[in-house]
Design a protein around this ligand. Structure first.
Ligand SMILES: Cc1cc2nc3c(=O)[nH]c(=O)nc-3n(C[C@H](O)[C@H](O)[C@H](O)COP(=O)(O)OP(=O)(O)OC[C@H]3O[C@@H](n4cnc5c(N)ncnc54)[C@H](O)[C@@H]3O)c2cc1C
Length: 410
């Protein structure tokens, strides 16, 4: 997004650029060191960025942030990408979970957790997805049961938990009342990852990164003040996180390197591809999509600057960016051949990482459904779970299937 900076924004950009130029030699360089070393180096770098005011740009000043707008956050993302240095380590914490704590946490929670999160002294993970609750997040089965002393006991399993293996805390969605419809009986908790009964098992991605995990909770004791937001209001708290998740992916796409000029440069370096009309057509389509994302990004930024919260249309930026970048990766692989997938290729990570991003932060099908229903006003998907207590859902589903079968026989 090459913004038309206002004089103040141009000044801010110049300040960020000059700081990055001066400090880029302190940034970690990745050259095959082990994972622990790499995490330690990135923690330290996030601390340095935070000290310079380049992390938590939109967080309130009294909570350690800079109190600036989304435009300044995009400027920081762009300048970090331009300087060729890594961004912050804890994107999930600072970009999504911190803003959730700011919106729903108590003053004690904000003051206890936000500072160490910003400086990566304590990294956070998002404990939402479960084996049977991904797209249908409100189906979570992890149970937290209230104790007589006001504390809670937590049992269940989470999956696809990025960074859980080095996180200090997680924000976890659990069912606290199965006797009400599924969106209503949920509560959000702050869970210490070193608590007794918490087990983290790593899962490795196609792209080779070991940053996924499954996490098991076996009768874990939580204090009363572990609740974040209202008891029974966990769905609303989770929606805040998911809104920031889509925004972080949408507005951060350029910093991830999904830029039409970058793809065009790689293709133009190949004399044959440069003249091939089919390659030019495919590159044109990718560039067009990324241009559309850029202009809808401007619209989102204007809305944010005016204090509006982006609606379901923000899912469009995520779908379009990811689709265009996957198509660009396919095109580059077609042009460069197998060398695009070699370990030291500039493209191999992007090509193997992006299919996963289609699911992270809401799958394409689910976002399309949301946009169809809530932006375009199309008829909603049929729902079997409306108004039914979570504990009765299985029986209601079985009855609906039996009724459909007998209807199809008669
Ligand atoms: C890189 C990555 C990082 C992640 N990090 C985290 C994390 O840190 N914390 C966390 O909690 N989760 C994380 N996730 C999980 C992510 O949120 C889920 O993968 C996502 O919500 C989809 O859920 P699922 O994988 O269970 O797929 P499912 O919900 O089982 O969906 C499977 C397929 O069915 C389709 N489908 C499902 N329902 C419908 C419907 N009603 N209509 C049409 N199609 C449908 C989906 O679109 C999808 O194609 C991560 C995922 C990835 C890939």
């Amino acid at each position: 997004m090459d913004l038309n900076d206002s004089p103040e924004q141009a000044q801010y950009r110049a300040k960020v650029r000059s700081w990055l130029q001066e400090h880029r030699s302190e940034a970690p360089v990745f050259s095959g060191q082990d994972e622990q070393e790499s995490i330690a180096a990135r923690r330290e770098w996030q601390g340095t960025l935070a000290e310079a005011g380049l992390a938590g740009v939109t967080w309130p000043v009294e909570l350690g942030g800079q109190g600036l707008g989304a435009v300044e956050q995009v400027i920081v993302n762009q300048e970090i990408a331009r300087a060729g240095v890594p961004g912050i380590l804890d994107v999930i914490g600072v970009g999504m979970l911190g803003p959730t704590l700011i919106a729903h946490g108590t003053d004690e929670q904000k003051h206890r957790y936000l500072g160490p999160m910003l400086h990566a002294d304590e990294v956070w993970c998002q404990l939402f997805s479960e084996p049977a609750a991904g797209s249908d997040l409100a189906a979570v089965q992890a149970r937290a049961v209230l104790q007589e002393d006001g504390g809670w006991r937590l049992s269940g399993q989470k999956v696809w938990t990025t960074n859980a293996h080095f996180a200090s805390f997680g924000l976890l969605l659990a069912r606290t009342d199965p006797s009400v419809p599924k969106h209503k009986g949920l509560t959000m908790f702050i869970v210490p990852m070193d608590g007794e009964g918490v087990t983290v098992r790593p899962l490795r991605k196609l792209s080779g990164e070991p940053d996924f995990n499954e996490v098991f909770f076996d009768d874990v004791a939580l204090d009363a003040d572990a609740v974040c937001g209202p008891v029974g209001g966990g769905w609303g708290t989770a929606m805040t996180t998911l809104m920031f998740e889509r925004l972080t992916i949408g507005l951060g796409s350029e910093a991830m390197g999904y830029r039409a000029e970058r793809f065009a440069q790689a293709i133009a370096a190949d004399a044959h591809a440069r003249r091939d009309p089919e390659v030019r057509r495919r590159l044109g389509e990718v560039s067009l999509e990324l241009l559309a994302v850029k202009f809808s990004g401007y619209r989102t930024l204007s809305a944010l600057q005016q204090g509006q919260i982006p609606g379901p249309e923000s899912g469009l930026a995520k779908i379009t960016t990811v689709r265009a970048a996957i198509e660009a990766g396919d095109l580059i692989a077609d042009v460069l051949g197998p060398e695009a997938l070699e370990a030291d290729s500039e493209w191999s990570h992007m090509i193997s990482y992006l299919p996963g991003l289609k699911s992270a932060g809401g799958t394409e099908e689910i976002l399309r459904n949301t946009i169809g229903e809530r932006v375009l006003g199309l008829p909603p998907e049929p729902r079997l779970d409306k108004g039914i207590a979570f504990s009765e859902l299985r029986a209601a589903e079985r009855a609906a299937v039996a009724a459909a079968k007998s209807g199809s026989r008669s």
